[in-house]
Design a protein around this ligand. Structure first.
Ligand SMILES: [Cu+2]
Length: 169
C-alpha cells in the first residue's frame, strides 16, 4: 500500500466523524492506516501489542497488566494462517465463554457473529481477524481490580488460546 500522509487536522477530522469507534468499517480502515481514532492524547492510552503464534493456537502474551479505568488500546496482530479473535471476559468466566464459543460451531451465523458469544460475561471483543490482518481494540479497563481472562473464542481454540489481563492499582 502507498504511504498515506495525513495532517493532524485530517486525523482530528476522521476522529470527529468516528467518535467512539461508532463506525466499525471506518475504524478498520483507520486502523489499517495506523491512525488513532479515539482523539485522546497518546500519553493517556496504554498500548499493548499482542499477536498470535503461527500454528500454535496461542497468543504471544500469556498476561499483561493495566490499571483500573485506564484507556487501553490493544493492537492485535494475526500472522497465523487461520482466523482468530480476542475476547476479554469477566473474572473466572474463561470456561463459560469458551464453551459458548465452541457451541457457536453449530450456529449457521456463528462466523457472522465472529464466534463471540452474546453473554454478559463478555466485556470486550475483536471481530474475527483474518490471516495477515490486525485489529485495534479500544476500551476502558474495568474499574475493579482482578484477573480478567482473554481468549480466542473461535470454536476449539479457547482451552489453549487464552491468557489474563491483570487489572492492578
Ligand atoms: Cu483462535
Amino acid at each position: 500500500m502507498k504511504d498515506i500522509k495525513l495532517t493532524e487536522a485530517d486525523k482530528k477530522f476522521l476522529a470527529s466523524i468516528n467518535a467512539g469507534n461508532a463506525n466499525e468499517r471506518l475504524s478498520r480502515l483507520m486502523t489499517a492506516w495506523g491512525i488513532a481514532v479515539d482523539g485522546q492524547a497518546a500519553a493517556d492510552v496504554k498500548r499493548i501489542k499482542i499477536g498470535t503464534i503461527k500454528e500454535a493456537m496461542k497468543f504471544t502474551l500469556k498476561e499483561f497488566t493495566v490499571q483500573p479505568g485506564q484507556s487501553i488500546e490493544i493492537i492485535f496482530e494475526n500472522p497465523d494462517a487461520m482466523q482468530h479473535n480476542m475476547v476479554i471476559t469477566k473474572p473466572g468466566m474463561l470456561e463459560k465463554v469458551g464453551r459458548a464459543g465452541d457451541a457457536m460451531m453449530k450456529d449457521t451465523k456463528g462466523a457472522d457473529k465472529n464466534y463471540v458469544p452474546a453473554l454478559a460475561e463478555v466485556l470486550f471483543s475483536t471481530p474475527l481477524v483474518n490471516p495477515g490482518q490486525n485489529y485495534t481494540l479500544r476500551f476502558k479497563a474495568p474499574a475493579n481490580t482482578g484477573d480478567y481472562p482473554f481468549v480466542c473464542t473461535f470454536p476449539g481454540h479457547w482451552s489453549i488460546m487464552n491468557g489474563v489481563m491483570k487489572v492492578r492499582n
